[in-house]
Design a protein around this ligand. Structure first.
Ligand code: SF4
Length: 158
């Protein structure tokens, strides 16, 4: 029996898988009070869209969330090619400064937006319109233009 099966677990709790744009409903069990380990994951039959379906990927959600090598802070590349952790406020300020400098020198059309598609990068799509408008960015793409092209056509998601 695995360690996960011998530990105390929480009741099943509703959540959603964020590993692709379908956002299937899932139910999860945590490893007990204050424990962030996801010990069990299953499809949520009460979810109105996915109706209990879940592919194999959310069974690895605990690995993605709790892997000790998971990045939890922005990394800034040093001149020698190595990376250093920096605070979010620093990263956001520096990225904003770089964007504004590009817009100032080359115009917003020089800034290409990639995001807002599936495969876990769709959440920023909610903010992309205002960001692109502020920057004057004109060109964009996302994962639907690559491995999801067939799905996008068949489901008219473009
Ligand atoms: S990765 Fe699988 S379970 Fe997760 S949202 Fe996509 S299809 Fe659903």
């Amino acid at each position: 029996m695995s360690e996960a099966n011998t530990r105390e677990t929480s009741p099943w709790q509703p959540s959603a898988c964020i590993l692709c744009e379908c956002n299937c409903g899932i139910e999860i069990q945590l490893g007990g009070e204050g424990d962030r380990r996801l010990t069990r994951v299953r499809g949520d039959k009460a979810h109105p869209a996915s109706e209990g379906y879940a592919c194999e990927k959310p069974s690895r959600l605990d690995f993605y969330q709790n892997d000790p090598e998971r990045l939890t802070k922005p990394l800034r590349r040093r001149a020698d090619g190595t990376f250093e952790e920096i605070e979010w406020e620093t990263a956001i300020r520096e990225v904003a400064e770089r964007f504004l400098a590009i817009r100032e020198e080359h115009g917003g059309e020089a800034i290409f937006y990639y995001g807002g598609g599936g495969q876990g990068n769709h959440l920023p799509g909610a903010y992309s319109t205002s960001l692109r408008s502020t920057l004057g960015s004109r060109y964009r793409s996302n994962a639907l233009a690559q491995e999801k092209t067939g799905e996008a056509w068949s489901q008219q998601k473009c």
